[in-house]
Design a protein around this ligand. Structure first.
Ligand code: DON
Length: 532
């Protein structure tokens, strides 16, 4: 079973499963295809997190997050004079971190896959070479960013037609340079991207256009195989992404806070359960701003933050009937044990019981809107996930602190939360999503909807969402939540803002009655789940 945000990418992975590849092989093919057919969300110019549970019991979290280049500095995005641009962390060559996706999948396939890397790139190469027909969503996304593309000839050559107009729905999108890059990687392996012709082209583009990624930044990139963070919720074991993501920690922390409340009795969408969900999210995001950054640069109290006893102390701040405005961060340090220190999502399971939960991103839609000439590679703008200026909210409105400021070689804090829930050691619920900080809360909701409220996986994904991220001091709700529930939340002190979810979840759930799997791609998007 494969659930991804794009049906062509789901089909690319399905070809691999049907040819006998395992979940990791298929995940690689899906990721590479998504970079072609859903290039505004992720791609080889970006990064990813890959969470794997193998049927033989091995579990790993592979970190393919982008890294701040050696020439980056803490205040590089702070304007010096009033005429300086304020959007360089989003729309300039400086916005890009050193890409990690190719290296991460190369590692994943070498250690856990069964097929050659080159073969897994083939569906993506073919989709780039022969092209595919643009749907309404893709075309409207190009139209939305057309002014940003205006200054980038290499992007215009891809996303605009010969007359200079943005490609419309039903047009064919052909990405010949990107296809050639895939072909070079098929011949020379992942090293092509980091030390080969492709690396040279990226570095040359940077030098000529005010960027700072150079050959040695690319050559130095190493993906990391990490221990997943582990927790539990109502008898299910959870594995998820450790730092430099904040996702796994806060997903587990929110579920720890919720575990004490009778959610199934309170009911889905009731003002009481929505209040408790929002308060738990709020406390977790207060801790996120205070404690979370790249653990290679600052000690992150991971063990304490996911500790159930810590959640018990934090829960005391939650009133059953009154919202707490902008709570201070908690004090997790006491819960550290003395010895232990330590934007697109898709899910794949195979018949052997291997499971992959993968989130990949270039950050915002079409990221920098800059394509490296000759390579077809769209540059990520992951540097905006750092605190680029003290107190300044990032693209997602997140306000962070010194733990997440820019330093050379450091990774920007992420919210991506590829997660697997296990029962009796076997994958039961595989989940994750896109949406910046809303990934954490929307993944929690999918879990709670399935486990507490008894919804099937598609309903659990589609059910109207709420979101609280500490700052701004608001609970965001989708318009489908009834008017009287919104009024009740306001009576408890919440400032309620109605709007779209701005998150997309993909999930797979085991069919515990008959065996097999149910897959769900978020109905808010255009993805597809397929099984065989
Ligand atoms: O790593 C992060 O948290 C963000 N760069 C994810 C971006 C994202 O989900 C975009 N989707 N809407």
């Amino acid at each position: 079973m494969i659930a991804s945000a794009d049906s062509l990418a789901t089909q690319a992975g399905m070809q691999i499963l049907e040819r006998g590849g395992n979940a990791v092989d298929a995940a690689c093919a899906v990721a590479m295809a998504l970079g072609v057919t859903e290039g505004y969300s992720s791609g080889i110019g970006g990064g990813c997190f890959i969470l794997l549970h193998m049927a033989d019991g091995r579990q790993v979290a592979i970190d393919g997050r982008e890294v701040a280049p050696a020439k980056s500095s803490r205040l590089m995005f702070v304007p010096r004079k009033p005429t300086d641009r304020t959007d360089l962390s989003l729309y300039s060559p400086l916005a890009a971190g050193v890409p990690g996706e190719v290296a991460a999948f190369d590692l994943a396939v070498r250690e856990y896959g069964t097929m050659p890397f080159a073969e897994l790139l083939e569906p993506a190469r073919a989709l780039a070479d022969t092209g595919f027909v643009l749907d309404e969503y893709y075309a409207s996304t190009i139209a939305l960013y057309k002014d940003k593309f205006a200054t980038d000839p290499a992007s215009r050559a891809v996303y605009f037609d010969a007359s200079g107009a943005p490609l419309a729905a039903n047009a064919r999108l052909i990405q010949s340079d990107l296809a050639a890059t895939f072909r070079r990687m098929q011949e020379n392996g992942a090293a092509e991207f980091y030390t080969g012709e492709t690396a040279k082209q990226i570095a040359a583009f940077m030098r000529a256009n005010g960027g700072i990624i150079n050959e040695s930044d690319l050559a130095a990139y190493k993906p990391q195989a990490l221990e997943p963070v582990r927790g539990s919720y109502r008898g299910y074991d959870i594995i998820s992404m450790p730092p430099p993501s904040s996702g796994g920690i806060h997903l587990i922390q929110i579920l720890n806070l919720l575990e004490d409340y009778p959610l199934s009795y309170l009911g889905a969408g009731s003002s009481e359960s929505m209040h408790l969900l929002a308060e738990s999210m709020n406390l977790a995001f207060a801790d996120r701003a205070e404690f979370l950054g790249d653990p290679a640069f600052t000690p992150v109290p991971t063990e304490a933050l996911i500790n159930k006893a810590y959640a018990d102390t934090l829960r005391k701040k939650i009133s059953r009937s009154r919202h707490l405005d902008e709570p201070a961060a908690g004090d997790p340090w006491a819960f550290l044990s003395s010895i232990d220190h330590h934007t697109t999502h898709f899910c794949v399971v195979d018949e052997m019981g291997n499971a992959a939960s993968v989130t990949a991103t270039v950050n915002t839609p079409f990221a920098t809107c800059i394509t490296v000439p000759g390579t077809g590679i769209l540059l990520n703008n992951e540097m905006d996930d750092f605190v680029t200026e003290p107190g300044k909210p990032n693209f997602f409105g997140l306000v962070g602190k010194a733990v997440n400021e820019i330093e050379p070689g450091k990774k920007p804090l992420s919210s991506m939360s590829p997660t697997i829930l296990l029962r009796d050691g076997k994958p039961y619920f595989i989940v994750g999503g896109a949406g910046g900080p809303r990934i954490i809360t929307a993944s929690v909701l999918a879990i709670v909807n399935a486990l507490d409220f008894g919804m099937n996986v598609q309903a659990a994904v589609d059910y109207p969402r709420l979101h609280q991220q500490w700052k701004p001091n608001r609970v965001f709700v989708e318009p489908e939540h009834p008017f009287d529930v919104r009024r009740s939340l306001e009576a408890m002190g919440h400032t309620v803002e109605v709007g779209s979810a701005r998150s997309r979840i993909q999930a797979i759930q085991a069919d515990s009655l008959r065996g097999g799997w149910f897959g769900a791609a978020d109905s808010r998007g255009i993805g597809a789940a397929l099984g065989y």
